[in-house]
Design a binder for this molecule. Structure first.
Ligand code: UDP
Length: 482
């Protein structure tokens, strides 16, 4: 039955990146299910990608539409068609990308003037501070939608004070750990793990964008975070004092209940639903490792080989997502083309998906027992929501914060052991060898009780003891109940 129509019209404006569009679309659906009119703004190429998900929601009677605005690639110095951060050929183009986003201000103002019913407010993701000016022009509130955790927000806030900046600057080397002060847990980080701000002479440098984001925060009506209080106790309260008005509205991904909603989320899945489900159904509960590194990571052929060798040597069944941008002839030869390739060696035990996975659908399957993740916040929260423990492999941005959160705050993950971000340029230190991958999978999947592990192996019931051990920590059960 269609919800009662409501005069309020929410205009959602996400940064054009999967990790912003996907959760904001989910949030839009949640609003529309409560009877509100919702419009989400995007660009022509993104319109093609996301319209199926929005049409699916609209077909159930929800007032939910997607509106494309032309994206000024050329004007901003971007190659044509670069309308999403996942299509940037290099992260060095990120400053130009932010310039192009800001050039959407004028077309957005025009759209606002024409839209009926008139938008009652703007909800835009954190990286679009200029949307505050648009809201001010129409005298309506703007709400910030944060795509990172309160843990990260609060730690970054604490670390931005002059006192801690001096402490970080005084650290002898980039790899010397320092303690994050005044937070509920004992968390150590190094300079090499902090998000790197890329500088650029042309266009806008990222530090300027960060400055604008901070200033726009103080003019916004409230901050919405894709998270929930139960897992971030202490950090929600801590950041609420900084943000003044803060609401945790997550995890938004759980609004996807039907298989069709979980399948083509973000992009069209590169695997047929039945093929994926029947492969998962054929595996024992809690035994499959799901390995996926989000929508932006580019992984070298040499690193792909080590990941594959580690998955193979672990002995566990696995689904591994290799995104198009990481695939090249060298990687492809080793994965599937040459004689005795990985696919040939592992056979039915491994499923390699080239392109895009139905992540939420896979994570919610009972056979998945571990998630090898790059620790993007959406992936982290989706893993937590599915009650799946993680092997953490942070690469860049705020992903090291998420690793600390999973391993030291929640206690539902083990580290693969990477110490520096892959964007630090220190390729050697960011490189992970196959035996680290294998060791961390074993640690997660079998726990550390040697005797019990042997018994489990004899009984052929891998995973039961592990599940019990995680539950003893009180974490999975608590998360599953939320
Ligand atoms: N995702 C997906 N299939 C893939 C890769 C990613 O559905 O093959 C989704 C994932 O479920 C998450 C988002 O894309 O919602 C990635 O966001 P995240 O914050 O984890 O990482 P980022 O892509 O920004 O690095």
């Amino acid at each position: 039955m269609a919800p009662e129509s409501h005069p309020l019209h929410f205009l959602l404006v996400p940064l054009l990146s999967q990790s912003h569009i996907i959760p904001l679309t989910d949030f839009g659906k949640l609003l529309a299910q409560r009877g509100l009119t919702v419009s989400i703004v995007t660009t022509p190429r993104n319109f093609i990608r996301y319209r199926a998900a929005i049409s699916l929601a609209a077909s159930t009677g929800l007032q939910f539409q997607i509106i494309p605005l032309e994206f000024p690639c050329e004007e901003a110095g971007l190659p044509p068609g670069c309308e999403n951060m996942d299509s940037l050929t290099s992260m060095d183009l990120a400053p130009e990308f932010f310039v192009a986003c800001e050039l959407l201000e004028v077309p957005l103002l025009k759209l606002m003037a024409e839209l009926r019913p008139r938008p009652s407010c703007i909800v835009s993701t954190n990286a679009l501070p200029w949307t505050q000016r648009v809201a001010d022009r129409f005298n309506i509130p703007r709400y910030i939608f944060e795509t990172i955790s309160c843990f990260t927000l609060f730690c970054s806030h604490v670390l931005s004070s002059d006192r801690t900046q001096e402490m970080i600057a005084a650290a002898a080397s980039a790899s010397e750990p320092f303690l994050v002060p005044d937070i509920p847990h004992r968390i150590e980080l190094t300079k090499a793990q902090l998000p790197q701000a890329k500088k650029k002479s042309a266009g806008k440098d990222i530090e300027t964008v960060i400055d604008q984001i901070k200033r726009a925060r103080s003019s916004s009506r409230a901050t919405l975070v894709n998270s929930f209080e139960e897992i971030e106790s202490g950090y929600v309260e801590g950041y609420a004092k900084v943000a003044r008005t803060l609401w945790c509205i997550g995890p938004v991904s759980v609004c996807n209940k039907k298989p069709a909603e979980k399948l083509d989320r973000g992009n069209k899945a590169s695997i047929d639903e039945r093929q994926c489900m029947s492969w998962l159904d054929s595996k024992e509960a809690g035994t499959v490792i799901y390995a996926c590194f989000g929508s932006l990571c580019r992984i070298s052929a040499a690193q792909i080989k080590e990941i594959g060798l580690g998955l193979e040597a672990s002995g566990f069944p696995f689904i591994w997502i290799v995104r198009d941008a990481s695939l090249n002839a060298q990687a492809e030869e080793w994965l599937g083309e040459e004689k005795n390739s990985l696919e040939e060696r592992v056979g039915e035990r491994g499923l390699i998906i080239r392109g895009w996975a139905p992540q939420v659908m896979i994570l919610s399957h009972r056979s998945v027992g571990g998630f090898l993740t790059h620790c993007g916040w959406n992936s982290t929260l989706e893993g937590v929501s599915a009650g799946v423990p993680m092997i953490t492999w942070p690469m860049f941005a705020e992903q090291f914060y998420n690793e600390k959160f999973v391993v030291h705050v929640l206690g539902t993950g083990v580290r693969v052991g990477v110490e520096v971000g892959s964007d630090t340029g220190d390729e050697k230190s960011a490189f992970v060898k196959w035996d680290q991958v294998k060791r961390s999978i074993e640690e997660l999947m079998k726990g550390d009780d040697e005797e019990e592990r042997e018994e489990e192996e004899e009984r052929g019931s891998w995973g039961k003891g592990r599940e019990r051990r995680w539950k003893e920590k009180g974490l999975l059960t608590r998360i599953l109940r939320c």
